[in-house]
Design a protein around this ligand. Structure first.
Ligand code: FAD
Ligand code: NAG
Ligand code: NAG
Ligand code: NAG
Ligand code: NAG
Ligand code: NAG
Ligand code: NAG
Ligand code: NAG
Ligand code: NAG
Ligand code: NAG
Ligand code: NAG
Ligand code: NAG
Length: 503
């Protein structure tokens, strides 16, 4: 730590020296942010015609993010580069708050326009932070770069039969997933990926450019807790230290059923959600809706059991091979099973995610589907539309994080609507339809006394307020951390993407 602090001061000194030399001709507010960063980080700032710029934009998941044109893409290759860029951006932003706006981008799977990209601004692309390293001889902790995708993390851990609580869909980025919570195949067993037990340390670049290491016991324990749900509001996280778990083979895959058995599958899902049937090795995703091309009804269940046991009792009423139209359930490695998820989620479409949360109660599932199915009438004519309603259980709720979930809620459902389509003229209709559906779903959940305020940030649309959903106490703690580590509010007003703390 001492040498780390020393190199930071040395770096700051050199940066200030260099800055004072150039300020005679160009100061931060007198030039564009891109040029200022480009002169401090030569070869790491890319403009429109450059192939690095083009391929950075081309690697977003949603079309809405891809079509935004930043003035430049900054691709730092080390933590000091991120620090240099932040010092400059903070300088510009503090002298002119309508200048120096930037976006922070890791895996690019944030869906809505402007989450991790910014028109005419600076997009900081962390894709070069893609390493995965064991930091102790016993391999109990792995240090992962923010720009890594779970695919590469799993590949490193697999040979040792180890894993971490990474994404179910492996192309998702580490840098957005973890500060948002993180739901993995192992979440029923070990909680949210961000929980203090699972993500044990963060290397963070603060608004000032200072680099700190936040963990549970050191001087930044408040920052550590704030990052467990605090999204991009506290700093740019460059590395995450995660606990590894032993995992051999598991049972998992997808089963496609005829829509005709939806009623019996909804009641089977309700049985699965009954606290009496809880099995911490079992996780699942229940998806029902309409698929492109052709507006074909689909009923698709993803089931995962974290032991090499085929057809365990907990899935008995959900898994019926004799009626399946397609069935990939198998015993395989986690990497093999997650790879299948990517195939279900092609990139390049216009996309929306929106979400809400309600507690388990048997009668709600069929009624929620009826609401969704009626909303579908509004959008069936949209070109190439896939319109899907997804239910997913939350993990056990006793971990340490800032998400504000109540441990007495043994079984909660996260409801996610996932839509893709191709033409921007349909954006408004789709968005309004999904918004209206959630208004109706909230009313149903309230009526059934199971509505909850929690809004899973990683699935939220920009009009939602996940920070508010963490509850007053957590929100106040996050705001206090922001005032302490970002007194000038750089991440509040300089980074418009994501969900902000003071709204
Ligand atoms: C196909 C698909 C599958 C998904 N599967 C899962 C899943 O299994 N489980 C789950 O929990 N979620 C899942 N998600 C949601 C996903 O976790 C979030 O979209 C997450 O934000 C993506 O992270 P990213 O790094 O790819 O995103 P980006 O688009 O790069 O960033 C998303 C947000 O995080 C911020 N951010 C990014 N990097 C950093 C950083 N280093 N420091 C601070 N802030 C940062 C950005 O500014 C932005 O606001 C899925 C999403 C998609 C589209
Ligand atoms: C920076 O440049 C701007 C515009 O050229 C000028 O108004 C300002 O005084 C300069 N600031 C410093 C600290 O030199
Ligand atoms: C602040 O920045 C904006 C956007 O770059 C610019 O239009 C405006 O002129 C700047 N204001 C000042 C006082 O320099
Ligand atoms: C990380 O990025 C570098 C540079 O783009 C690339 O050469 C390397 O293969 C990547 N590593 C992984 C594990 O993806
Ligand atoms: C991983 O597990 C498999 C069995 O599932 C076993 O054959 C292999 O030896 C294990 N590898 C290590 C490194 O423990
Ligand atoms: C926690 O972080 C501090 C630096 O902030 C460091 O000095 C300390 O060694 C870390 N503790 C552990 C257990 O890693
Ligand atoms: C599977 O579906 C068939 C056909 O509907 C039915 O006869 C059978 O009882 C089901 N099995 C289970 C275990 O639910
Ligand atoms: C998963 O394993 C099966 C069987 O070994 C193999 O056929 C398939 O290609 C693997 N899939 C991936 C994505 O690795
Ligand atoms: C969905 O609604 C339509 C009417 O709009 C109805 O015909 C159809 O049966 C419903 N589908 C399901 C699976 O409930
Ligand atoms: C549907 O998508 C395909 C390719 O993804 C595209 O060629 C086609 O034009 C789209 N159809 C409509 C009606 O937009
Ligand atoms: C949460 O509860 C489970 C048992 O329900 C227990 O095994 C685990 O240690 C608990 N975790 C924490 C952080 O208290
Ligand atoms: C947690 O939920 C229980 C039961 O619904 C409720 O009595 C309690 O007040 C809740 N606690 C908080 C902090 O919301």
């Amino acid at each position: 730590m001492a040498s780390f602090a020393f190199s930071w001061y040395l770096f700051l000194f050199l940066w200030r020296l260099q800055n004072s030399l150039v300020s005679a001709t160009v100061n931060a507010s007198g030039t564009t942010p891109c040029l200022a960063i480009s002169s401090a980080l030569p070869g790491k700032v890319f403009f429109q015609e450059n192939t690095a710029y083009v391929s950075s934009l081309g690697s977003y998941y949603s079309a809405q993010e891809e079509e935004i044109n930043p003035a430049c893409v900054v691709i730092p290759t080390c933590t000091a580069d991120v620090s240099t860029a932040l010092v400059i951006l903070n300088d510009i932003h503090s002298s002119n708050s309508s200048s120096g706006g930037f976006a922070i981008r890791s895996g690019g799977h944030g869906i809505f326009a402007g989450d991790a990209n910014i028109e005419n601004g600076v997009t900081i692309d962390l894709s070069q932070f893609n390493s995965t390293d064991f930091i102790q001889p016993d391999k109990s902790v792995v240090r992962i770069g923010a720009g890594a995708r779970w695919t590469t993390v799993y590949e490193v851990l697999d040979p040792y039969n180890l894993t971490v609580l990474g994404g179910r869909t492996p192309s998702v980025g580490v840098g957005g997933y973890l500060p948002g919570g993180g739901l993995s195949f192992l979440s029923q067993r070990f909680g949210w990926a961000c929980d203090a037990e699972n993500t044990i340390g963060y290397e963070v670049v603060l608004a000032s450019g200072q680099v700190v290491y936040a963990n549970a016991s050191g001087p930044y324990s408040d920052l550590f807790l704030a990052l467990k749900g605090g999204l991009n509001n506290l700093g740019i996280v460059t590395r995450f230290d995660m606990t590894t778990y032993s995992l051999g083979q598991m049972w998992g895959g997808f089963v496609l059923y005829p829509i005709a058995i939806l009623d019996s599958m909804l009641s089977a899902y309700s049985d699965f959600m009954d606290p009496d049937n809880y099995d911490r090795d079992a996780d699942m995703v229940f998806a029902v809706g309409y698929l492109n091309p052709g507006w074909v009804p689909i009923l698709n269940l993803g089931m995962q059991y974290t032991k090499p046991v085929a057809d365990p009792p907990v899935f008995r009423s959900l898994y019926n091979a004799s009626v399946a139209e397609d069935d990939t359930m198998r015993i395989a490695s986690l990497t093999n099973i997650t790879a299948e998820e990517d195939a279900h989620n092609p990139s390049g479409y216009r996309q929306i995610y929106m979400t809400s949360t309600f507690a388990h109660t048997p009668e709600i599932y069929a009624r929620a589907w009826d609401l969704f199915n009626s909303s579908a009438d509004q959008v069936f004519a949209v070109a190439n539309i896939t319109y899907v309603f997804i239910l997913q259980p939350t993990p056990i709720l006793n971990g340490t994080n800032s998400l504000g979930l109540n441990a007495s809620d043994i079984r909660l459902n996260i409801a996610l609507v996932s839509v893709s389509w191709t033409n921007s003229e349909d954006d408004e209709l789709v968005t309004n339809t999904v918004t209206d559906f959630f208004t109706a779903l909230k009313a149903l959940a309230t009526d059934s006394s199971v509505d909850r305020d929690f809004i899973y940030a990683n699935y939220a649309y920009k009009t939602q307020d996940p920070i508010d959903g963490y509850g007053a106490e957590n929100k106040a703690r996050l705001q206090a951390a922001s005032k302490k580590y970002d007194a000038g509010g750089l991440f509040q007003t300089g980074v418009p993407g994501g969900f902000k703390l003071f709204v």
